[in-house]
Ligand binder design. Structure first.
Ligand code: P6P
Length: 343
């Protein structure tokens, strides 16, 4: 009988063998996040029984309606991470402030975790794909003491690992370390994430652009020109480019990572600093895409180089195939140069 596919734990053990001095803390964290994800998957897949996809009238720090699924997923991640021996504290989209796990065991942990427990939950009551996004930093404060905000306000380039779980047609956990990006598909028969997408690389170019086009008249002129350049190309070569927009970041970026393309969420009138969160949405994906050979900018800077000032700060995001994001950056740089010549 052919042996089953490598599980997440077996994969982590194979990685640990390469680093005899590793403490195993990072592997513990990934296992705990995987456990929380399996429980979240379980309640989503039994929505008929749990009713978890309905709405509440509570609003979170961002003023967005909190859904029972957001609350459940947040509590689940907080619980497993607090009980793990590898996490000194967390920052969550659903929590106003960082949560410090101030006890002897957790104070000795090397890592802190940032997460968006359920991204795209506004789509969940019509059965659309949602996801969990996480980033893991090595703390910069001394172990043995409680972690602090300094441990969280690190640029994305300092991430040790980042990943997401996509609850879609199948449930997958994709995570990156500096060694590479790997995808694991949940096998409900054995309750394990199994290696299904080893060494994921983002194609240098793609034929899909992903943007909420209802805002296009709100975008900067060069972003509009970049989008129109693809539409014009389609006049000469019908069907070369196409548009896909789920409105759930994890779904749109998972497709972009695997198939190539570009995802754009520019600043708009009602989101002058961009809508997406730097620390627990954009940085984890920027890290994943860079390790996979892709690219992520805020229009002029690399996302991973941004020095954060606040846990919940927002940023514009342009992310995807390296050649496409590079081409967009030339459009934007030209506008800046043209703007400076006019001033
Ligand atoms: P819009 C979902 O609410 C979310 O935070 C991301 O998952 C998604 O990419 C974005 O907002 C969609 O925003 O304004 O296009 O509905």
């Amino acid at each position: 009988m052919k042996p089953g596919k490598m599980t997440l734990d077996e994969f982590r053990l194979s990685e640990l063998r390469l680093y005899p001095n590793a403490t195993g803390e990072l592997s513990n964290l990934l296992r705990e996040i995987g456990l929380a994800a399996k429980r979240i998957y379980s309640v989503i897949s039994r929505n008929g029984e749990t009713g978890i996809l309905s709405s509440t009238n509570i609003r979170n720090t961002s003023g967005e309606i909190v859904k029972p699924l957001d609350q459940y997923a947040n509590e689940e991640l907080l619980t497993v991470l607090k009980h793990s021996l590898s996490c000194a504290g967390v920052a969550s989209e659903e929590e106003e402030n960082i949560l410090v796990f101030d006890n002897k065991a957790n104070n000795n942990s090397q890592y802190v975790v940032m997460f968006d427990p359920i991204d795209g939950s506004s789509n969940s009551n019509n059965c659309m794909t949602v996801g969990t996004i996480f980033g893991i930093y090595r703390r910069c404060t001394k172990t043995g003491t409680p972690c602090s905000i300094k441990d969280f306000l690190q640029p994305g380039r300092h991430l040790v690992a980042a990943g997401y779980i996509i609850y879609g047609v199948s449930t997958m956990m994709v995570y990156a370390t500096k060694r590479g990006v790997n995808g694991f598909t949940l096998d409900p028969a054995i309750g394990e994430f199994c290696l299904s997408h080893p060494k994921i690389c983002c194609p240098d170019v793609g034929r899909i652009y992903s943007v909420n086009e209802s805002n296009i008249l709100n975008f900067g002129v060069t972003v509009r020109q970049y989008i129109e350049s693809m539409q014009q190309y389609n006049v000469a070569y019908p069907g070369f480019f196409t548009a896909r927009y789920v409105g759930s970041m994890v779904a749109d970026l998972h497709r972009t990572l695997l198939e190539g393309g570009i995802f754009l969420y520019p600043a708009t009138e009602d989101h002058q600093d961009g809508k997406l969160r730097l620390m627990y949405e954009c940085n984890p994906f920027a890290f994943i895409f860079e390790v996979a050979g892709g690219m992520a900018i805020d229009g002029c800077r690399e996302i991973l180089s941004i020095i954060p000032a606040r846990v919940h700060q927002r940023t514009p995001l342009f992310i995807g195939s390296r050649d496409m994001v590079t081409q967009l950056s030339y459009f934007v740089k030209y506008e800046n140069r043209a703007g400076s010549r006019r001033s």
